[in-house]
Design a protein around this ligand. Structure first.
Ligand code: NAD
Length: 333
């Protein structure tokens, strides 16, 4: 069986996902949801999507009566993920949602609860959870090849352009760089160490308060402590290009990824040498693996469910609170 997917939000990342899905073996694009009729027309022609599988933001609840669609992939601006996922769940379809799953942990939990109640799966587009060099490091760590893990460094950033875009609008983005790109270091700290943090501290700096308005973070440094005693030191920014590096150090060895989360190829090495898995588009692997998770209850090595995403949102909420108060925040994940 093949997972038949409708994409909601035909923007730049939706375009990338659709293209990558053309190489999928187990997932297929069968439906479209967009507010822009001209985009629907273009995509219909490109991907051979019948009219009856095309919807707009007013009528997509009717997807519940469409037997050609198993799941909807929500790829809209962050603050709109919640409504999209709730309506998809109410229509009885599985939901795949982009990161960040929502703009705070409370909304994220609401999405998890709604999908559970509706009996549908909720998965989040954590494409790195399926990336082979990343998984190789996780395997080596689990087998003790680095010894006891003591330190993680995560650096995540890019220099953002157009000040009018939704990513710099708090209402649609839910924050700034942390929500968009810093989340890779938050999430990466967890899968690279294999632990859940029990505290965070954080400090914010802003060089351009006109471009980065109130509630839109430009640069945040944050630190996390883990139950084993390992610590993480991370940077999230909208003000530097080519900042994409993970570094893990244990008592015996190290692993580094640079780039660590870009669209690829992901380059990595450890104290034992270069990581050599070939590059395959992350979204192709992700959608094939998600088909296995949804259709066959396959368990990924690193979870991609809604509960996993809520943990990142709990940490991000605490990072913002730590910036606001200057105080260390305790976490129980
Ligand atoms: P984008 O602006 O290119 O696309 C967003 C789409 O949503 C557009 O087609 C837009 O028309 C549509 N939309 C619907 N309602 C809207 C509204 N009220 N206001 C504005 N746009 C509206 O953005 P994008 O880069 O495609 O990002 C979309 C989502 O995907 C974000 O949540 C982002 O974090 C996520 N994303 C994930 C990755 C990844 O690697 N996993 C990469 C890029 C983006």
């Amino acid at each position: 069986p093949v997972l038949r997917v409708a994409i909601m939000g035909l923007g730049s990342y939706g375009t990338r996902v659709a293209k990558a899905m053309q190489s999928c073996k187990r997932a297929k694009l069968t439906g479209l949801i967009s507010g822009t009729p001209s985009k629907i027309k273009d995509w219909q022609a490109k991907y051979n999507i019948p009219e009856k599988n095309c919807y707009n933001y007013e009528n997509y609840d009717q997807i519940k009566d469409n037997p050609d669609i198993d799941a909807v992939y929500v790829i809209t601006p962050n603050a709109l993920h919640r409504e999209g996922v709730l309506r998809v769940a109410a229509a009885g379809k599985h939901a795949i949602c982009e990161k960040p799953m929502s703009v705070n942990a409370r909304q994220g939990q609401e999405m998890v609860d709604a999908c559970r109640k509706a009996g549908v799966k909720l998965l989040v587009g954590y494409r790195m959870h399926f990336e082979p060099n990343t998984l190789e490091i996780v395997r080596m760590r689990n087998e003790g090849e680095f010894g006891k893990v003591l330190f993680f460094q995560g650096l995540s950033g890019f220099r953002i352009g157009d000040p009018k875009q939704w990513r710099l609008n708090r209402e649609l983005a839910g924050g700034g760089a942390m929500m968009d790109i810093g989340i890779y270091s938050v999430n990466g700290a967890r899968y690279m160490t294999g632990e859940e943090p029990e505290w965070v501290t954080a400090q914010e700096t802003k060089t351009d308060p006109v471009k980065f308005r109130e509630g839109v973070d430009e640069t945040i440094q944050f630190q996390m402590g883990f139950p084993s005693g390992a610590v993480a030191s991370c940077l999230s920014t909208y003000n530097m290009n080519n900042l994409d590096r993970f570094f893990l150090n244990g008592e015996k060895g190290y692993a580094e990824l640079q780039p660590a989360t870009g669209y690829g190829p992901i380059k990595g090495r450890t104290n034992k040498g270069e990581l050599t898995h070939p590059h395959i588009a992350h979204q192709t692997i992700q959608m094939d693996e998600m088909a296995g998770i949804i259709l066959e209850n396959k368990k990924p090595v690193i979870p991609v469910n809604g509960e996993e995403a809520v943990k990142d949102l709990v940490i991000i909420d605490a990072i913002y609170e730590a910036c606001r108060t200057g105080k260390r925040q305790a976490l129980s994940l």
